[in-house]
Design a protein around this ligand. Structure first.
Ligand code: HEM
Length: 413
């Protein structure tokens, strides 16, 4: 397996803090692409297999720890003491400092009132009104390419549907989508075109006039509802409003796109599963549970609050610890044969939507969208495969993704 760009001797020669023993050092860079020909989640499974300990340290991205077991990753993600949300991205000094967004960068109790606002606006009741538009848009998009017998699944569908829905939810013009999507991607899979402070500033420049116009308004869109609601008993400040809206845009513009990419690229290769669902669409509910388990994409981090002995290492205040949701599902302690897709898997365990008080408030929307997409797609294109049999390519990052791929089917149905 070619997971390393530096030889172990080179890695060991790189400077490391005194609290990091040599045997804990490994060559892992979250922003390095997955090696050619390798499956995204199989890569993570191999990283876990190759590591001699469940907690390792990498010198890449300013140096940070990585939790490599389900138990430890969940613990880091859900215990604000000593694992604070003050900084949640690596590299800490550049990405982490710029990403002090609300509510993700707040620990309890400050986190609670902001989080309540998102729960109030993203739960099943407020989202009921969106079910029909989501269904209509899904059908419209599928019908636009169905008779061609082919599409680029990522660019023609996955990148269009959830983000268009999201723009409806926040009531922003679809014309602004490419710009916002590009900015959101720079936080999670930066391409080097902008620094992190530049990304943050660009979000602020975009949002400032929008928020000014919506202050005091009574419209039903997510932004108006959130920025005009009280934070406990006081109004939300301008900077809080900018930070919570940026967070919602970043959280909502990327993740469902990637979940769809992983799901459909898998379906295109698992002929038996595809045919079972086509024959019995009632299986979509169970399949969805397993898609969410099998395809976690987020690798968040936490900042250590105080010097702590933990899992055989000495963490220092200020150290960063990555808690990838991927390792939770890929741990053999959580699941037999974790890379297998088992539609009726017993005792399913995953943290795809996070763990603890920051668990994703957009999970209901994500589930709703995925369910509608699977239902409407199978009703129109029950049989489809990858156009080319060559292996897919994947990008690692804070949110992992499948690079664009083509699907083909018989236009006659
Ligand atoms: C399949 C789709 C999605 C996945 C896999 C996902 C995953 C996650 C994960 C793992 C976290 C926790 C991060 C951490 O604790 O460090 C999170 C938080 C968050 N997500 Fe999602 N998400 C998805 C969709 C969405 C959508 C559609 C939205 C917006 C409508 C959204 C908005 C947020 C926000 C605002 C947070 C921060 C919550 C807090 O700090 O309390 N997510 N998401």
């Amino acid at each position: 397996m070619e997971v390393a760009s530096l030889r172990p001797d080179d890695i060991l020669a790189m400077p490391r803090p005194e609290n990091v023993p040599a045997e804990r050092v490994f060559d892992f860079d979250i922003y390095r692409d997955i090696p050619d020909g390798m499956d995204f989640h199989a890569f993570w499974r191999e990283v876990m297999d190759a590591a001699p300990f469940d907690v390792m340290w990498t010198p890449h991205n300013e140096g940070h720890w990585v939790a490599l077991s389900a138990e430890l990753s969940d613990q880091v993600m859900s215990e604000p003491d000593p694992f604070s949300n003050n900084t949640v991205l690596v590299p800490k000094e550049t990405a982490g400092e710029a990403y002090r967004l609300i509510p993700l960068s707040l620990d309890p109790p400050e986190h609670r009132p902001f989080r309540k606002l998102l729960n109030d606006n993203l739960g099943p009741k407020p989202l009921r009104a969106f079910e029909e538009p989501i269904e209509q848009l899904t059908i419209e998009l599928i019908e636009s390419f169905k008779d061609k017998g082919r599409c680029n699944f990522v660019t023609d569908f996955a990148e269009r549907l959830p983000v268009t829905i999201f723009m409806m939810l926040v009531d922003l013009p679809i014309a602004d989508l490419p710009k916002l999507k590009h900015l959101a991607d720079q936080f999670t899979r930066p391409d080097g075109s902008m620094t992190y402070p530049e990304v943050l500033q660009a979000f602020r420049d975009y949002l400032t006039p929008v928020l000014e116009a919506r202050r005091g308004g009574g419209e039903q869109d997510l932004i108006t509802q959130v920025i005009n609601a009280p934070v406990d008993d006081r109004p939300m400040t301008e900077i809080e409003a900018l930070n919570i809206c940026t967070q919602v845009l970043v959280g909502g513009l990327d993740t469902v796109v990637n979940m769809l990419g992983f799901t459909f690229s898998y379906l295109a290769r698992d002929h038996e599963l595809r045919r079972s669902i086509a024959a019995d669409p009632d299986l979509i509910g169970d399949a969805l549970l397993e898609f969410f388990r099998r395809f976690p994409v987020v690798s968040s981090s936490r900042e250590v609050k105080r010097d702590t002995a933990w899992a055989g290492v000495h963490l220092r205040a200020g150290d960063m610890v990555m808690c990838p949701t991927i390792v939770v599902a890929m741990d053999t302690a959580s699941a037999d044969s974790p890379l297998d897709f088992q539609i009726h898997r017993p005792g399913r365990k995953h943290s795809t939507f996070g763990k603890g008080s920051h668990t994703c408030p957009g999970a209901h929307l994500a589930r709703m969208e995925m369910k509608i997409v699977l239902r409407e797609w199978f009703a129109r294109i029950p049989e489809f495969t990858l156009e080319n049999e060559e292996p897919l390519s994947y990008t690692n990052g804070i949110v992992g993704s499948v690079k664009p791929f083509n699907l083909v089917w018989s236009p006659a149905g």
